[in-house]
Design a protein around this ligand. Structure first.
Ligand code: GUN
Ligand code: FE
Length: 494
């Protein structure tokens, strides 16, 4: 750590979300941290002497200090073709564009080159914490995890699993795929001292067996909830592994069961895709006629628990949402991708009314931009599209949540969307006590934003203050405005 136990104050206009739709803006503020852990937030107009005795002051007066963005769903290898191939729906898009590119990552030289570009781009765009999908290749996925750690980004990194309905050039044998998934998790844990310690604990733990899982009742998700985990702790490793069965159509039940066990054994999160497009849902129904919902397929394989993160959910019905709610699983809204692939639109307000945690994801390369700024803007449009459908409905035909409460559809505000891109995504990734805003005890992952920088895409006028600068950054800004990026208190240089 660069701060070496010293107390550091970052001074500027502090802005963060303290609740859904509620910002705190301290025009002349300071966020203090020691070893990357936030110790205090001050309003220097009210307490001018508050930072008198810190070891170091980093002065960004006149600039915005905000939490880094959190991308809760993104495919690192797909960065190689972002912005192209938007002419097909999901299943055709996967076959024509995605699988051929992802298969190229078995070439480690290519993987190193392309992952370096991808991670730098995400970080440069202000994403301090990212949930990445890699490819099915073990060695390439290790390269991704190492690249992320070297560049200093916080991340969940997943080796993708797929053992059926995949092209011959991009498929794994069930047993090898599962062994590789565990080998990958162990490799990533082994990259850091705290991960290594944790793994030794798992290796000594007599309950970390299939029998232990069955005895703990993981089928009710209770088993997972009792496992030791590295999640949601401020001193956890920067990079953690995440189990990543691509989606039901490309994973056999046997493979998913085995991944469910690895998740239980190491207390690891799971990410996948759910109810993204109509054709995909029909395919899942064909493959698993006994399961009444798509989510039930994951559940029947012990993959649905409080650290399960499901992307998309454009078409989750009440039964599916009830299951997600019971399991305390979370969802990620990927608006840009849903528009580009003509999939549909997720009803964010409905999921929130259900009590299901919601985050935002770029879903590069279904989503064409690595920037969470773009993701927020597309999500704002999506919320209006959903709202339009609700206009003119009488009381009896209003949408109701799984708790039978009517759902209101005011257009999403920029404050609500900023909350989802920071605190919401943090909670969806099960890291709500660690990142998302500047609450004391969380980590110092932040951006320093200058709306007046050279070549700024933003013009600021005399009548405008910090709150207008903040809004203009969200709607008009880009990486040129992001002057500095700190992850765990350390400045990173993408
Ligand atoms: N479903 C399965 N794989 C993918 C993917 O790579 N992107 C998207 N958007 N959906 C998927
Ligand atoms: Fe995706």
């Amino acid at each position: 750590m660069t701060s070496n136990g010293r107390l550091v104050a970052i001074v500027g206009s502090v802005v963060h979300s303290v609740a859904f739709g509620t910002l705190e803006l301290i025009t002349n503020g300071a966020v203090c941290h020691r070893n990357g852990i936030i110790t205090a937030v001050f309003d220097l107009d009210k307490q001018p002497d508050a930072i008198g005795n810190v070891d170091e002051i980093i002065d960004h007066k006149g600039k915005l200090i905000m939490p880094g963005f959190i991308d809760a769903h993104c495919h690192a290898p797909q960065y190689a073709f972002t912005g192209t191939g938007m002419d097909l729906p999901l299943l055709e898009w996967l076959n024509k564009y995605t699988f051929p590119i992802e298969s190229k990552f078995k070439d480690e030289v290519y993987a190193r080159y392309a992952y370096d570009k991808a991670v730098r781009r995400h970080l440069k765009s202000g994403t301090t914490f990212c949930a990445y999908y890699g490819t099915i290749d073990l060695e390439a996925s290790k390269v991704l995890a190492e690249t992320v750690l070297t560049l200093g980004q916080r991340a969940f990194v997943g080796k993708v699993n797929m053992d059926r309905n995949s092209p011959d050039f991009y498929v794994e044998e069930t047993s090898k795929g599962c062994d590789d998934a565990e080998a990958f998790a162990r490799h990533v844990l082994g990259m850091t001292p705290s991960g290594k310690d944790f793994m030794s604990g798992v290796d000594r733990d007599s309950e970390a067996t299939v029998e232990g899982m069955q005895a703990a009742g993981v089928a009710t998700s209770a088993g997972f909830e009792k496992r030791p985990t590295l999640l949601n702790k401020a001193d956890s490793p920067l990079v953690l592994p995440i189990l990543t069965p691509r989606f039901v159509p490309t994973c056999t039940a046997e493979m998913m069961h085995r991944l469910g066990f690895i998740s239980y054994k190491y207390g690891l999160p799971v990410q996948s895709h759910l109810s993204e497009s109509i054709a995909e849902i029909a395919w899942v129904k064909d493959l698993h006629p006994d399961c009444s919902t798509y989510a039930e397929v994951y559940n029947s394989c012990n993959l649905l628990h409080s650290s399960t993160i499901m992307g998309h959910c454009c078409f989750s019905n009440a039964e599916e949402r009830s299951l997600l709610h019971r399991k305390n699983a979370t969802v990620v809204h990927c608006a840009s991708s849903n528009f580009n692939l003509c999939s549909g639109v997720m009803d964010v307000r409905l999921f929130m009314a259900d009590g299901i945690r919601v985050g935002l994801g770029t879903d590069v390369a279904g989503g064409h931009s690595a920037s969470m700024l773009d993701c927020m803007r597309q999500s704002l449009v999506a919320s209006r599209v959903v709202g339009f459908d609700q206009r003119g409905k009488d009381e009896s035909s209003k949408t109701v949540s799984i708790h039978k409460t009517p759902v209101e559809y005011p257009p999403m505000s920029y404050m609500e969307m900023f909350h989802l891109a920071t605190v919401g995504s943090a909670e969806a990734l099960g890291m709500g006590d660690v990142v998302g805003n500047f609450k004391v005890g969380k980590v110092m992952d932040c951006l320093v934003v200058d709306t007046d920088c050279k070549d700024s895409p933003i013009d600021v006028f005399d009548h405008e203050g910090m709150i207008e600068k903040f809004q203009k950054f969200l709607f008009l800004g880009d990486d040129r405005n992001i002057q500095s990026i700190y992850v765990h208190g350390n400045k990173v240089n993408p």
